[in-house]
Design a protein around this ligand. Structure first.
Ligand code: G1P
Ligand code: ZN
Length: 544
């Protein structure tokens, strides 16, 4: 194999964010941009010669070209084997599973998750380590340092690989395996859940379902598992063919972007269960007939009922949630005497806890939940968890949620996003919040009296690494909270996220409208951060 070395100059904007490097496609198409980043990944790793690298992406625009480029750089850098999903496709959780199952050295996942795709939209790249999870900060920091000084990259002079043909090829000792993107993942799901019970419940009409794949990667996974294996009616999975631009939509499973599903689920002919997943298949939205389950509640309900699922029947070791996720799961952990961890935003912070066996389940308010079966969040896993739960409990989603609230109280929750805010203005908002922290405790608005106000810093209990400046927390004496943080995944300006949570114990008042229940806290949040005043906006871009 001929290897060619190309001189290059560094790009100064290759710092990985919450989940890898995300930029506009046109940024990635600049000469050497992707090549630099991939070479920088390999420069920051050691001892991978002859080992296996997994490669796949969510199929968005530029996926195929990027894979061909990465194959050549990986070959030139000395990997011994590349495992690639057919068509260059692997959902994020499936990639995590493949890395673990085939004991790969690591993997490169091409995705910008729930961001739109297309020539003028977003692309992304992320490196996952041998446990199947996103690279921890010490790896991404080293890689970023490398992008700043890189002067050359290496690329093998080989032809493009036919990504569509399942099978194995050998190029001068480099093994390239193109595998079925779905099969290993489907097998893993069958090991975790009671497929027979779910299948019988569907056959008996106890469960009817619709799944919106949002023209993204979970289409083939969901069609195979839900329709072919579990027997859901043909067409239950819709928008099922992955498209490079996600049909022009925004592949984010929430009620704003998955509006087709939302309309079905709030109509007279709603099935018993509805769900959606995102661009790369790691997010999920759970719905029942006329009900939306907040991701924070979903995590709490999973934790409370985990023993009903075969893989977790012996009990779970603990739970974790990202800091802005509601405290609903904490209440379950307390009642069940489980470890409970509050981590910074981003799945990578769960990896150590999962590896060390400190937790079994974890989740984020941003429509992510997962378990120790892989090291990424997993959209279809959450869907199957709920289907298994409904089949075991023989109850509609609304009743499962309602019973949970009766027992634990309800954390009424919402998130307001202000997108594409001028970066200086956004930093000004955060500085302004920071400057108030010391004086806030004791301050009272009506029923809300501030108990603590701080900037979240996390010390990893496994490796003692410290992650500071992870968002502003304002906690009230009645258990309510307001959290502010800037997004680490956006590609334009800054996104301010405001997370609002009100704890409702009073069992007569559990079903109130969340927008009404949270209005006072929303007003307090504006007084504290002045986002409307400082940006001239009148409302958030997205409320979830
Ligand atoms: C967002 C979510 C976060 C999630 C990440 C990747 O990050 O808030 O929970 O882990 O996407 O899916 P953010 O843009 O807030 O940094
Ligand atoms: Zn995603």
């Amino acid at each position: 194999m001929q290897i060619k070395t190309y001189n290059t100059t560094p790009y100064d904007d290759q710092k990985p964010g919450t989940s890898g490097l995300r930029k506009k496609v046109r940024v990635f198409q600049q000469p050497g941009y992707l090549e630099n980043f991939v070479q920088a990944i390999f420069n920051s790793l050691e001892d991978f010669q002859g080992k296996t690298l997994v490669l796949g992406g969510d199929g968005r625009y530029f996926n195929r070209e990027a894979i061909q480029i990465i194959i050549k750089i990986a070959a030139a850098n000395g990997f011994g084997e590349l495992i690639i999903g057919q068509g260059g496709l692997l959902s994020t959780p499936a990639a995590s599973n493949i890395i673990r199952k085939y004991q790969a050295f690591g993997g490169i996942v091409l995705s910008a998750s729930h961001n739109p795709g297309g020539p003028d939209e977003d692309f992304g790249i992320k490196y996952n380590v041998s446990n199947g999870g996103p690279a921890p900060e010490k790896v991404t920091d080293a890689l970023y340092q490398n992008t700043k000084t890189i002067s050359a990259y290496h690329s093998a002079e080989i032809d493009d690989i036919n990504l569509d043909q399942i099978g194995e090829i050998d190029i001068d000792g480099l093994k390239i395996r193109i595998i079925d993107s779905v099969a290993d993942y489907a097998e893993l799901m069958a090991d975790i859940f009671d497929f027979k019970l779910i299948k019988d419940s569907i056959a008996a009409g106890l469960i009817t379902l619709r799944f919106d794949a949002m023209h993204a990667i979970t289409g083939p996974y969901a069609k195979h598992i839900l329709e072919d294996v579990l027997g859901a009616a043909p067409g239950s999975v819709f928008n099922a063919v992955p498209q490079e631009d996600f049909g022009g939509g925004h592949p984010d499973p929430n009620m704003v972007h998955a509006h087709e599903l939302t309309e079905i689920m709030f109509s007279d002919h709603a099935p018993t269960f509805g769900a959606a997943s995102d661009g790369d298949g790691d997010r999920n939205m759970i719905m029942g007939a006329n009900i939306f389950v907040t991701p924070s509640d979903s995590l709490a309900i999973m934790a409370a009922n985990a023993r009903l699922i075969p893989a977790y029947a012996k009990g779970i070791s603990g739970v974790a949630r990202s800091m802005p996720t509601s405290q609903a799961v904490d209440r379950v952990a307390k009642a069940l005497n489980l470890n409970c961890y509050e981590t910074p935003t981003g799945w990578k912070f769960f990896g150590n806890l999962l590896d060390a066996g400190k937790i079994t389940l974890c989740g984020e308010e941003s429509f992510g939940s997962g378990s120790n079966h892989v090291r990424e969040k997993d959209g279809l896993w959450a869907v199957l968890f709920w289907l298994n739960l409904i089949a075991r409990k023989r109850q509609p989603v609304a009743d499962i949620v309602s019973e949970h609230w009766q027992k634990y109280g309800r954390d009424i929750y919402c998130r307001h996003d202000y997108e594409a805010v001028d970066s200086a203005t956004a930093n000004g908002i955060v500085d302004h919040l920071r400057s108030q922290l010391a004086s806030l405790p004791g301050k009272t608005w009506g029923d809300y009296s501030v108990q603590y106000a701080d900037e979240f810093s996390y010390t990893d209990p496994v490796d003692n690494s410290v992650s500071a400046n992870q968002g502003i927390r304002i906690g009230f004496s009645n258990g309510s909270r307001i959290v502010f943080r800037l997004s680490g995944t956006g590609t334009v300006g800054a996104t301010l996220r405001i997370y609002i949570e009100k704890y409702q114990k009073d069992t007569d008042n559990l079903h109130q409208d969340s927008a009404i229940a949270l209005q006072q806290l929303v007003d307090i949040a504006e007084q504290l951060c002045e986002v409307k005043k400082r940006t001239g906006r009148t409302e958030p871009d997205v409320i979830t």
